[in-house]
Design a protein around this ligand. Structure first.
Ligand SMILES: [Zn+2]
Ligand SMILES: [Zn+2]
Length: 421
């Protein structure tokens, strides 16, 4: 019986892996320019971390987690997102006493038991950043500017930024009460999930995808009318910084984000490309999260973005992407020049040239055929004459150009790179 990849998982083959690497590289360079440092955290954590950090009432925790008991009887969960683990690490390693802000970025695989029919993956990759320390909206603006820079570097167009302020522990209770007053008489028209959200976290009703619920949601009260003075100022300062740096945005009072930990600023980068509309990246401020997870009261702001979704967007919008380059150099040999070929190949590899030779015990003719099909830029035929004279021709396959060179690896490497440059 053949064994297949699990439902909702995907093999990333070399051509696709090349694109993942490209996106990773651009992200890493952008994070570097903004002063962020990489963090890597474990794939699995105590289930309680996500129950507390992401929120019991969220769809992620209540429906989508890969949770199991390990052989020691502990409840373990494969991370469904990156932030909770990063916050745990931040607390656990005493980073709260480092000079603040602490600015971290990550590139992690995450796991959610998602509906495969909707084209979602159960293992997927996320890029994200977290800044710990600043209460100032400068930190929120910096996150948004980092993403703006990242999308510009990738050449991604047709993306719009939407921002909102969902209040703080001071002003949100009044807003939630107003939402409850508003939704209560409409509940009989709304879905079962929303009945539960009404009891556990009424804000989440705004995100419900069911048409009947959206009909009710569209006239619901907005947080803006309930913001406290501090939240109003936070909102105004963020908007001022985005304006002063020329970042375009829309204020959208209906963005609440899917996770329970957000406070004040939430934002989304949305695709405006026909056919791929939807959120490409989302984030916001989570001032209570470090405390919720057992640390001191340290504010935070962050975002996360799925790489698969981003690549889909880059392809759908015909954004120019790099293509994998050909392999460098193939050395053809005969049985009695095999040793010399091996010596030359390993010497070239030490010079950084991607050199290959036959490791299939093939005839010269079959090697020739392979070199042609194998996508090499250049080749060298290493016969008895070449070994004796110490000279060989370096031949480019596309143009047919040749250079006669001594067989020393550093000279060959110099010839190879001068041509390629
Ligand atoms: Zn407030
Ligand atoms: Zn609903």
């Amino acid at each position: 019986m053949k064994i297949h990849a699990q439902r909702g998982t995907k093999d990333i083959l070399p051509d696709e892996a090349f694109l993942f690497q490209y996106v990773d590289d651009v992200f890493k360079e952008t994070c570097h320019a903004f002063g962020f440092q990489e963090i890597r955290v474990p794939t699995f954590e105590a289930t309680e971390l996500f129950a507390r950090g992401v929120g019991d009432a969220s769809d992620i925790v209540s429906k989508e987690m890969y949770t199991f008991e390990d052989r020691g009887g502990r409840s373990i969960t494969l991370r469904p997102e990156g932030t909770a683990g990063v916050v745990r690490a931040f607390i656990e390693h005493g980073m709260t006493s480092l000079p603040l802000p602490v600015k971290l970025f990550y590139n992690l695989n995450c796991f959610r038991y998602e509906s495969v029919q909707k084209g979602r993956y159960r293992e997927f990759w996320q890029l994200g950043c977290e800044t710990f320390g600043p209460e100032s909206p400068e930190a929120d603006a910096e996150m948004i500017l980092l993403l703006d820079r990242f999308f510009q570097t990738l050449g991604l167009k047709e993306v719009a930024l939407e921002i909102n302020n969902i209040g703080c522990p001071v002003c949100r209770p009044q807003y939630l009460a107003a939402l409850k007053d508003y939704f209560a008489p409409h509940l009989s028209d709304m879905c079962g999930d929303c009945h539960e959200r009404f009891e556990r976290n009424v804000l989440r009703i705004i995100d419900c995808k069911v048409d009947a619920c959206q009909t009710v949601v569209k006239d619901s009260p907005l947080q803006e009318a309930y913001l406290c003075a501090d939240c109003k100022e936070h909102k105004a300062t963020l908007e001022h910084r985005l304006d002063s740096l020329g970042v375009k945005y829309r204020v959208n009072g209906r963005i609440v984000r899917g996770l329970d930990y957000y406070t004040r600023t939430v934002f989304e980068f949305i695709s405006e490309h026909v056919g791929t509309q939807g959120t490409i990246c989302g984030g916001g401020r989570y001032d209570g999260l470090v405390e919720t997870l057992g640390g001191p009261a340290v504010p935070g702001v962050g975002f996360a973005m799925g790489i698969e979704r981003l690549l889909m967007e880059l392809k759908a919008t015909n954004t120019p992407l790099p293509t994998p380059s050909k392999r460098d150099l193939y050395i053809l040999c005969f049985p009695d020049t095999r040793d010399a070929a091996a010596t030359l190949v390993y010497a070239l590899r030490s010079e950084g040239v991607g050199a290959d030779f036959d490791i299939m015990d093939r005839s010269f003719r079959a090697q020739m055929k392979y070199a042609g099909k194998g996508d090499y830029l250049a080749l060298i035929v290493l016969g008895e004459d070449e070994v004796k004279s110490g000279m060989a021709k370096l031949k480019w396959l596309d143009s047919g150009d040749e250079i006669e060179s001594s067989l020393s690896a550093d000279l060959l490497a110099t010839h190879f790179y001068s041509k390629e440059a």
